[in-house]
Design a protein around this ligand. Structure first.
Ligand code: IMP
Length: 432
Protein backbone atom coordinates (compact mmCIF):
# COMPACT_ATOMS: atom_id res chain seq x y z
CA UNK A 1 0.00 0.00 0.00
CA UNK A 2 1.41 3.35 -1.05
CA UNK A 3 0.48 7.00 -0.63
CA UNK A 4 0.44 7.85 -4.31
CA UNK A 5 -1.07 5.67 -7.02
CA UNK A 6 -0.84 5.92 -10.81
CA UNK A 7 -3.69 4.32 -12.75
CA UNK A 8 -2.45 3.29 -16.19
CA UNK A 9 -4.09 1.63 -19.22
CA UNK A 10 -2.45 -1.69 -20.13
CA UNK A 11 -3.98 -2.18 -23.58
CA UNK A 12 -5.10 0.30 -26.28
CA UNK A 13 -7.12 2.59 -24.03
CA UNK A 14 -10.74 2.22 -22.89
CA UNK A 15 -9.75 -0.37 -20.29
CA UNK A 16 -12.10 1.12 -17.71
CA UNK A 17 -9.61 3.45 -16.01
CA UNK A 18 -12.43 5.92 -15.42
CA UNK A 19 -14.21 3.62 -13.02
CA UNK A 20 -11.01 2.71 -11.17
CA UNK A 21 -10.06 6.37 -10.86
CA UNK A 22 -13.53 7.17 -9.62
CA UNK A 23 -13.32 4.44 -6.96
CA UNK A 24 -9.85 5.46 -5.78
CA UNK A 25 -10.68 9.17 -5.86
CA UNK A 26 -12.72 8.70 -2.73
CA UNK A 27 -9.48 8.10 -0.83
CA UNK A 28 -7.23 10.54 -2.70
CA UNK A 29 -6.86 14.20 -1.79
CA UNK A 30 -5.38 15.18 -5.14
CA UNK A 31 -6.03 13.83 -8.63
CA UNK A 32 -3.80 14.77 -11.55
CA UNK A 33 -3.79 14.17 -15.27
CA UNK A 34 -0.43 14.30 -17.06
CA UNK A 35 -0.95 13.96 -20.81
CA UNK A 36 -3.38 13.71 -23.71
CA UNK A 37 -6.40 15.88 -24.27
CA UNK A 38 -10.03 15.45 -25.18
CA UNK A 39 -9.11 12.38 -27.22
CA UNK A 40 -9.58 10.56 -23.89
CA UNK A 41 -12.98 9.84 -22.45
CA UNK A 42 -14.36 8.26 -19.30
CA UNK A 43 -17.95 7.51 -18.49
CA UNK A 44 -18.78 7.38 -14.79
CA UNK A 45 -22.11 6.16 -13.54
CA UNK A 46 -23.15 7.37 -10.09
CA UNK A 47 -26.57 6.44 -8.77
CA UNK A 48 -27.85 5.91 -12.27
CA UNK A 49 -26.54 9.29 -13.47
CA UNK A 50 -24.03 9.25 -16.28
CA UNK A 51 -21.09 11.66 -16.35
CA UNK A 52 -18.74 11.93 -19.31
CA UNK A 53 -15.25 13.29 -18.81
CA UNK A 54 -12.66 14.12 -21.44
CA UNK A 55 -10.29 16.63 -19.85
CA UNK A 56 -11.30 17.17 -16.23
CA UNK A 57 -10.25 14.38 -13.85
CA UNK A 58 -13.38 12.48 -12.93
CA UNK A 59 -12.38 12.67 -9.25
CA UNK A 60 -13.94 16.13 -9.30
CA UNK A 61 -17.22 14.36 -8.42
CA UNK A 62 -15.94 14.00 -4.83
CA UNK A 63 -16.36 17.38 -3.13
CA UNK A 64 -13.11 17.28 -1.13
CA UNK A 65 -10.67 16.43 -3.91
CA UNK A 66 -8.43 18.84 -5.77
CA UNK A 67 -7.98 18.10 -9.46
CA UNK A 68 -5.12 19.11 -11.73
CA UNK A 69 -4.62 19.21 -15.49
CA UNK A 70 -0.86 19.00 -16.00
CA UNK A 71 1.63 20.74 -18.25
CA UNK A 72 1.96 17.67 -20.49
CA UNK A 73 -1.67 17.83 -21.59
CA UNK A 74 -3.14 19.59 -24.64
CA UNK A 75 -6.30 21.55 -23.93
CA UNK A 76 -9.09 22.48 -26.28
CA UNK A 77 -10.49 25.40 -24.27
CA UNK A 78 -13.99 25.26 -25.76
CA UNK A 79 -14.24 21.59 -24.74
CA UNK A 80 -12.94 22.26 -21.28
CA UNK A 81 -15.45 25.05 -20.78
CA UNK A 82 -18.25 22.80 -22.04
CA UNK A 83 -17.21 20.14 -19.56
CA UNK A 84 -17.18 22.72 -16.75
CA UNK A 85 -20.64 23.84 -17.77
CA UNK A 86 -21.86 20.24 -17.58
CA UNK A 87 -20.56 19.96 -14.01
CA UNK A 88 -22.24 23.23 -12.99
CA UNK A 89 -25.45 21.91 -14.48
CA UNK A 90 -25.23 18.97 -12.05
CA UNK A 91 -24.43 21.39 -9.19
CA UNK A 92 -20.86 20.13 -8.91
CA UNK A 93 -18.75 23.04 -7.73
CA UNK A 94 -15.10 23.13 -8.63
CA UNK A 95 -13.82 26.63 -7.83
CA UNK A 96 -10.55 26.30 -5.86
CA UNK A 97 -10.66 22.58 -6.70
CA UNK A 98 -9.68 22.56 -10.37
CA UNK A 99 -6.23 23.75 -11.43
CA UNK A 100 -4.67 23.98 -14.87
CA UNK A 101 -0.93 24.15 -15.49
CA UNK A 102 0.20 27.21 -17.46
CA UNK A 103 2.56 24.86 -19.32
CA UNK A 104 -0.26 22.89 -20.97
CA UNK A 105 -0.56 23.51 -24.71
CA UNK A 106 -3.69 24.86 -26.36
CA UNK A 107 -5.46 23.02 -29.19
CA UNK A 108 -6.33 25.63 -31.83
CA UNK A 109 -8.71 25.46 -34.80
CA UNK A 110 -5.88 24.75 -37.25
CA UNK A 111 -4.84 21.71 -35.20
CA UNK A 112 -8.27 20.17 -35.60
CA UNK A 113 -8.29 21.03 -39.31
CA UNK A 114 -4.84 19.53 -39.88
CA UNK A 115 -5.78 16.38 -37.96
CA UNK A 116 -8.95 15.81 -39.97
CA UNK A 117 -7.53 16.81 -43.36
CA UNK A 118 -4.41 14.68 -42.99
CA UNK A 119 -6.51 11.68 -41.98
CA UNK A 120 -8.75 12.17 -45.02
CA UNK A 121 -5.73 12.42 -47.29
CA UNK A 122 -4.21 9.21 -45.89
CA UNK A 123 -7.33 7.28 -46.95
CA UNK A 124 -6.89 3.58 -46.17
CA UNK A 125 -3.69 4.13 -44.22
CA UNK A 126 -5.33 6.63 -41.84
CA UNK A 127 -4.46 6.23 -38.15
CA UNK A 128 -8.12 6.50 -37.17
CA UNK A 129 -7.48 9.49 -34.87
CA UNK A 130 -10.22 11.10 -32.84
CA UNK A 131 -9.93 14.16 -35.12
CA UNK A 132 -9.61 16.44 -32.08
CA UNK A 133 -6.33 18.04 -33.17
CA UNK A 134 -4.23 16.21 -30.57
CA UNK A 135 -1.39 15.08 -32.86
CA UNK A 136 -0.90 18.45 -34.64
CA UNK A 137 -0.93 20.25 -31.27
CA UNK A 138 1.86 18.01 -29.95
CA UNK A 139 3.73 18.49 -33.25
CA UNK A 140 3.70 22.24 -32.70
CA UNK A 141 4.81 21.77 -29.10
CA UNK A 142 7.97 19.88 -30.08
CA UNK A 143 8.53 22.15 -33.07
CA UNK A 144 8.45 25.06 -30.61
CA UNK A 145 5.48 26.61 -32.41
CA UNK A 146 2.88 25.93 -29.76
CA UNK A 147 0.73 28.25 -27.69
CA UNK A 148 0.36 27.42 -24.02
CA UNK A 149 -2.22 28.20 -21.36
CA UNK A 150 0.27 30.78 -20.04
CA UNK A 151 -0.16 32.72 -23.30
CA UNK A 152 -3.86 32.04 -23.71
CA UNK A 153 -4.67 33.94 -20.54
CA UNK A 154 -2.71 37.01 -21.73
CA UNK A 155 -4.41 38.37 -24.88
CA UNK A 156 -1.36 40.36 -26.00
CA UNK A 157 0.91 37.29 -25.71
CA UNK A 158 -1.68 35.20 -27.52
CA UNK A 159 -1.76 37.67 -30.41
CA UNK A 160 2.04 37.96 -30.64
CA UNK A 161 2.51 34.16 -30.62
CA UNK A 162 -0.24 33.62 -33.18
CA UNK A 163 1.23 36.23 -35.51
CA UNK A 164 4.52 34.35 -35.35
CA UNK A 165 3.15 30.87 -36.08
CA UNK A 166 -0.04 31.19 -38.09
CA UNK A 167 1.71 32.05 -41.38
CA UNK A 168 3.46 28.68 -41.41
CA UNK A 169 0.31 26.82 -40.36
CA UNK A 170 -1.74 28.50 -43.09
CA UNK A 171 0.89 27.60 -45.67
CA UNK A 172 0.63 23.99 -44.56
CA UNK A 173 -3.17 24.13 -44.80
CA UNK A 174 -3.08 25.74 -48.26
CA UNK A 175 -0.21 23.85 -49.85
CA UNK A 176 -1.03 20.38 -48.59
CA UNK A 177 -4.80 20.47 -48.42
CA UNK A 178 -6.00 23.46 -50.49
CA UNK A 179 -7.63 24.96 -47.40
CA UNK A 180 -8.07 28.74 -47.15
CA UNK A 181 -6.47 28.91 -43.69
CA UNK A 182 -7.31 30.63 -40.41
CA UNK A 183 -7.25 34.29 -39.41
CA UNK A 184 -5.30 35.71 -36.47
CA UNK A 185 -8.08 38.17 -35.64
CA UNK A 186 -10.81 35.54 -35.50
CA UNK A 187 -8.77 33.19 -33.32
CA UNK A 188 -7.70 36.02 -31.02
CA UNK A 189 -11.31 37.19 -30.66
CA UNK A 190 -12.65 33.72 -29.85
CA UNK A 191 -9.75 32.49 -27.74
CA UNK A 192 -9.39 35.68 -25.68
CA UNK A 193 -12.83 34.92 -24.30
CA UNK A 194 -11.78 31.36 -23.47
CA UNK A 195 -8.64 32.71 -21.82
CA UNK A 196 -10.70 35.04 -19.63
CA UNK A 197 -12.99 32.22 -18.55
CA UNK A 198 -10.12 29.85 -17.78
CA UNK A 199 -7.68 32.32 -16.17
CA UNK A 200 -9.00 31.76 -12.61
CA UNK A 201 -8.09 28.08 -12.88
CA UNK A 202 -4.51 28.49 -14.12
CA UNK A 203 -2.20 27.74 -11.20
CA UNK A 204 1.31 26.42 -10.37
CA UNK A 205 0.20 22.79 -10.52
CA UNK A 206 3.77 21.45 -10.29
CA UNK A 207 4.49 23.26 -7.02
CA UNK A 208 1.08 22.40 -5.59
CA UNK A 209 1.62 18.69 -6.21
CA UNK A 210 5.11 18.80 -4.76
CA UNK A 211 3.76 20.45 -1.62
CA UNK A 212 0.99 17.85 -1.37
CA UNK A 213 3.53 15.08 -1.72
CA UNK A 214 5.80 16.62 0.94
CA UNK A 215 2.80 16.86 3.26
CA UNK A 216 2.11 13.15 2.70
CA UNK A 217 -1.34 13.75 1.17
CA UNK A 218 -2.40 10.92 -1.16
CA UNK A 219 -2.23 11.73 -4.86
CA UNK A 220 -3.90 9.78 -7.62
CA UNK A 221 -2.42 10.04 -11.11
CA UNK A 222 -4.96 9.53 -13.84
CA UNK A 223 -3.48 7.87 -16.92
CA UNK A 224 -5.12 8.49 -20.27
CA UNK A 225 -5.18 6.16 -23.31
CA UNK A 226 -3.27 2.89 -23.00
CA UNK A 227 0.31 1.61 -23.12
CA UNK A 228 0.12 0.43 -26.72
CA UNK A 229 -0.95 3.92 -27.84
CA UNK A 230 2.27 5.37 -26.39
CA UNK A 231 4.08 7.49 -28.98
CA UNK A 232 7.38 5.67 -28.43
CA UNK A 233 6.54 2.13 -27.34
CA UNK A 234 3.05 1.69 -28.79
CA UNK A 235 2.05 0.08 -32.07
CA UNK A 236 3.67 2.90 -34.04
CA UNK A 237 2.44 4.68 -36.16
CA UNK A 238 -1.03 3.64 -34.90
CA UNK A 239 -0.56 5.49 -31.66
CA UNK A 240 -1.47 8.77 -30.02
CA UNK A 241 1.07 11.59 -29.74
CA UNK A 242 1.97 11.57 -26.05
CA UNK A 243 3.64 9.31 -23.50
CA UNK A 244 0.86 7.14 -22.09
CA UNK A 245 3.12 5.15 -19.73
CA UNK A 246 3.74 5.58 -16.00
CA UNK A 247 6.94 7.44 -16.88
CA UNK A 248 4.78 10.05 -18.61
CA UNK A 249 3.34 11.04 -15.24
CA UNK A 250 6.68 12.56 -14.27
CA UNK A 251 7.28 14.22 -17.61
CA UNK A 252 3.74 15.58 -17.87
CA UNK A 253 3.32 16.86 -14.33
CA UNK A 254 6.87 17.83 -13.44
CA UNK A 255 6.54 15.32 -10.63
CA UNK A 256 9.61 13.31 -9.56
CA UNK A 257 9.44 9.57 -10.31
CA UNK A 258 10.61 8.59 -6.82
CA UNK A 259 7.32 9.92 -5.43
CA UNK A 260 4.92 8.01 -7.67
CA UNK A 261 4.51 4.90 -5.52
CA UNK A 262 2.18 2.21 -6.80
CA UNK A 263 1.45 1.70 -10.51
CA UNK A 264 -1.94 0.08 -10.93
CA UNK A 265 -2.37 -1.35 -14.42
CA UNK A 266 -5.93 -1.51 -15.74
CA UNK A 267 -6.89 -4.24 -18.18
CA UNK A 268 -10.16 -5.62 -19.44
CA UNK A 269 -10.86 -9.32 -18.97
CA UNK A 270 -10.52 -9.40 -22.78
CA UNK A 271 -9.04 -6.85 -25.22
CA UNK A 272 -10.41 -3.96 -27.26
CA UNK A 273 -9.05 -1.35 -29.60
CA UNK A 274 -10.54 1.64 -31.46
CA UNK A 275 -8.91 3.08 -34.52
CA UNK A 276 -6.72 1.17 -36.95
CA UNK A 277 -3.63 -0.94 -36.42
CA UNK A 278 -2.65 -4.51 -35.57
CA UNK A 279 -4.59 -6.52 -32.99
CA UNK A 280 -3.37 -10.15 -32.78
CA UNK A 281 -6.22 -11.60 -30.70
CA UNK A 282 -9.07 -9.79 -32.50
CA UNK A 283 -12.22 -11.94 -32.68
CA UNK A 284 -13.21 -13.66 -35.89
CA UNK A 285 -16.79 -13.03 -36.98
CA UNK A 286 -17.94 -16.27 -35.36
CA UNK A 287 -16.19 -15.46 -32.08
CA UNK A 288 -17.70 -11.99 -32.04
CA UNK A 289 -21.12 -13.57 -32.48
CA UNK A 290 -20.67 -15.30 -29.10
CA UNK A 291 -21.00 -11.91 -27.43
CA UNK A 292 -24.03 -9.66 -27.13
CA UNK A 293 -24.03 -6.59 -29.39
CA UNK A 294 -21.58 -3.73 -28.81
CA UNK A 295 -24.12 -1.68 -26.89
CA UNK A 296 -24.84 -4.39 -24.32
CA UNK A 297 -21.14 -5.17 -24.07
CA UNK A 298 -20.63 -1.42 -23.48
CA UNK A 299 -18.10 -1.32 -26.30
CA UNK A 300 -19.06 1.92 -28.02
CA UNK A 301 -16.36 4.61 -27.58
CA UNK A 302 -17.11 7.51 -25.19
CA UNK A 303 -15.22 10.03 -27.31
CA UNK A 304 -16.18 9.28 -30.91
CA UNK A 305 -19.09 6.84 -30.59
CA UNK A 306 -17.20 4.28 -32.65
CA UNK A 307 -17.68 0.54 -32.07
CA UNK A 308 -14.59 -0.90 -30.43
CA UNK A 309 -12.84 -3.85 -32.00
CA UNK A 310 -12.88 -6.80 -29.58
CA UNK A 311 -10.66 -9.83 -28.95
CA UNK A 312 -9.43 -12.35 -26.37
CA UNK A 313 -7.18 -11.40 -23.49
CA UNK A 314 -3.59 -11.31 -24.66
CA UNK A 315 -1.21 -12.24 -21.83
CA UNK A 316 1.84 -11.58 -24.02
CA UNK A 317 0.69 -8.03 -24.66
CA UNK A 318 -0.21 -7.59 -20.99
CA UNK A 319 3.15 -8.83 -19.74
CA UNK A 320 4.83 -6.41 -22.18
CA UNK A 321 2.81 -3.40 -21.02
CA UNK A 322 3.33 -4.35 -17.35
CA UNK A 323 7.04 -4.16 -18.15
CA UNK A 324 6.74 -0.77 -19.89
CA UNK A 325 4.89 0.69 -16.90
CA UNK A 326 6.47 -1.17 -14.01
CA UNK A 327 2.89 -2.02 -12.97
CA UNK A 328 2.86 -3.75 -9.59
CA UNK A 329 -0.88 -4.41 -9.34
CA UNK A 330 -3.72 -5.01 -11.77
CA UNK A 331 -7.35 -3.98 -11.93
CA UNK A 332 -9.29 -6.43 -14.08
CA UNK A 333 -12.36 -4.89 -15.67
CA UNK A 334 -15.55 -6.15 -17.27
CA UNK A 335 -15.33 -9.75 -16.10
CA UNK A 336 -19.14 -9.86 -16.42
CA UNK A 337 -18.94 -9.53 -20.22
CA UNK A 338 -17.49 -13.05 -20.31
CA UNK A 339 -20.35 -14.47 -18.19
CA UNK A 340 -22.12 -16.20 -21.08
CA UNK A 341 -19.08 -17.66 -22.85
CA UNK A 342 -18.73 -21.43 -22.98
CA UNK A 343 -15.01 -21.58 -23.60
CA UNK A 344 -12.62 -18.70 -23.06
CA UNK A 345 -9.36 -18.30 -24.96
CA UNK A 346 -6.32 -16.58 -23.57
CA UNK A 347 -3.28 -15.82 -25.67
CA UNK A 348 -0.15 -17.28 -24.07
CA UNK A 349 2.36 -16.98 -26.91
CA UNK A 350 3.03 -15.51 -30.36
CA UNK A 351 4.31 -17.49 -33.31
CA UNK A 352 6.04 -15.72 -36.15
CA UNK A 353 6.87 -17.75 -39.26
CA UNK A 354 6.03 -20.90 -37.33
CA UNK A 355 8.38 -20.13 -34.42
CA UNK A 356 7.49 -18.99 -30.92
CA UNK A 357 8.92 -15.52 -30.32
CA UNK A 358 10.15 -14.23 -26.98
CA UNK A 359 10.11 -10.47 -27.57
CA UNK A 360 7.07 -8.32 -28.30
CA UNK A 361 7.33 -7.25 -31.97
CA UNK A 362 8.48 -3.67 -32.55
CA UNK A 363 6.92 -3.22 -36.01
CA UNK A 364 3.25 -3.31 -36.96
CA UNK A 365 4.21 -5.50 -39.93
CA UNK A 366 5.41 -8.23 -37.56
CA UNK A 367 2.59 -7.75 -35.09
CA UNK A 368 0.11 -8.13 -37.95
CA UNK A 369 1.71 -11.45 -38.92
CA UNK A 370 1.97 -13.07 -35.49
CA UNK A 371 -0.24 -16.07 -34.86
CA UNK A 372 -1.52 -16.15 -31.29
CA UNK A 373 -1.12 -19.38 -29.34
CA UNK A 374 -4.20 -19.86 -27.19
CA UNK A 375 -4.97 -21.76 -24.05
CA UNK A 376 -8.59 -22.62 -23.63
CA UNK A 377 -10.34 -22.28 -20.27
CA UNK A 378 -13.87 -23.31 -19.33
CA UNK A 379 -16.32 -20.42 -18.98
CA UNK A 380 -18.48 -20.10 -15.86
CA UNK A 381 -21.79 -19.51 -17.66
CA UNK A 382 -23.41 -17.72 -14.76
CA UNK A 383 -23.87 -14.05 -13.85
CA UNK A 384 -21.13 -12.41 -11.78
CA UNK A 385 -22.74 -8.96 -11.70
CA UNK A 386 -24.08 -9.10 -8.18
CA UNK A 387 -21.05 -10.70 -6.60
CA UNK A 388 -19.10 -8.49 -4.21
CA UNK A 389 -16.59 -10.88 -2.66
CA UNK A 390 -14.02 -13.05 -4.37
CA UNK A 391 -15.03 -16.25 -2.59
CA UNK A 392 -18.50 -16.10 -4.12
CA UNK A 393 -17.23 -16.04 -7.72
CA UNK A 394 -17.88 -19.22 -9.73
CA UNK A 395 -14.86 -21.54 -9.55
CA UNK A 396 -14.15 -21.24 -13.28
CA UNK A 397 -14.08 -17.42 -12.97
CA UNK A 398 -11.55 -17.78 -10.13
CA UNK A 399 -9.58 -20.16 -12.33
CA UNK A 400 -9.51 -17.57 -15.11
CA UNK A 401 -8.27 -14.85 -12.75
CA UNK A 402 -5.61 -17.10 -11.26
CA UNK A 403 -4.44 -18.06 -14.73
CA UNK A 404 -3.98 -14.40 -15.65
CA UNK A 405 -2.00 -13.67 -12.48
CA UNK A 406 0.16 -16.69 -13.13
CA UNK A 407 0.85 -15.71 -16.75
CA UNK A 408 1.73 -12.08 -16.05
CA UNK A 409 3.17 -12.47 -12.56
CA UNK A 410 1.33 -9.47 -11.07
CA UNK A 411 -1.50 -9.72 -8.50
CA UNK A 412 -5.03 -8.58 -9.27
CA UNK A 413 -6.14 -5.99 -6.69
CA UNK A 414 -9.58 -5.22 -7.99
CA UNK A 415 -12.16 -6.96 -10.19
CA UNK A 416 -14.99 -5.12 -11.87
CA UNK A 417 -18.26 -6.89 -12.68
CA UNK A 418 -20.38 -3.95 -13.88
CA UNK A 419 -20.22 -0.24 -14.59
CA UNK A 420 -21.52 1.02 -11.24
CA UNK A 421 -19.27 1.79 -8.28
CA UNK A 422 -20.77 -1.05 -6.24
CA UNK A 423 -20.03 -3.66 -8.90
CA UNK A 424 -16.49 -4.10 -7.65
CA UNK A 425 -14.65 -6.90 -5.87
CA UNK A 426 -11.71 -5.54 -3.86
CA UNK A 427 -8.77 -7.84 -3.23
CA UNK A 428 -6.65 -5.16 -1.54
CA UNK A 429 -7.41 -1.54 -0.60
CA UNK A 430 -4.62 -0.10 -2.86
CA UNK A 431 -4.42 3.24 -1.02
CA UNK A 432 -3.05 3.31 2.52
P1 IMP B 1 -5.44 10.72 -31.48
O1 IMP B 1 -5.00 10.59 -30.06
O2 IMP B 1 -6.76 11.42 -31.65
O3 IMP B 1 -4.36 11.34 -32.34
O4 IMP B 1 -5.68 9.26 -32.08
C1 IMP B 1 -4.60 8.34 -32.26
C2 IMP B 1 -5.04 6.92 -31.93
O5 IMP B 1 -5.25 6.82 -30.52
C3 IMP B 1 -6.35 6.49 -32.58
O6 IMP B 1 -6.29 5.11 -32.86
C4 IMP B 1 -7.38 6.75 -31.50
O7 IMP B 1 -8.53 5.95 -31.65
C5 IMP B 1 -6.57 6.35 -30.27
N1 IMP B 1 -7.02 6.99 -29.03
C6 IMP B 1 -6.75 8.24 -28.61
N2 IMP B 1 -7.30 8.46 -27.40
C7 IMP B 1 -7.89 7.31 -27.03
C8 IMP B 1 -8.59 6.89 -25.85
O8 IMP B 1 -8.76 7.62 -24.88
N3 IMP B 1 -9.04 5.60 -25.85
C9 IMP B 1 -8.83 4.76 -26.88
N4 IMP B 1 -8.17 5.10 -27.99
C10 IMP B 1 -7.71 6.36 -28.07
Amino acid sequence: MKKNVAVMGMQWGDEGKGKVIDLLSERAHHIARAQGGNNAGHTIIVQGQEFRFHLIPSGILYPKTKCYIGGGTVIDPAWLLKEMEGLRHHSIHFDKRLFISPYAHVVLPYHRLLDQLSEQKKGKSAIGTTGRGIGPCYVDKVQRMGIRMAELVHPSLLQTRLEKVLGAKNEELKNLYGHSGCSVEEIVREYTEYGKALAPYVAPVEEMLFAASEAGEPILFEGAQGALLDVTFGTYPYVTSSCTLAGGISAGLGFGPSQIGCVLGVTKAYTTRVGNGPFPTEFSTSELALFPDHTSSREIGTTTGRKRRMGWLDAILLRHTICLNGADRLALMKLDILDGIEEIQICVGYKLDGKLIKTFPSTVEELERVVPVYESLPGWKSPTRDIQVYDELPSHAKGYLRKIEQLVNVPISLISVGPDREKTIWMDPIFE
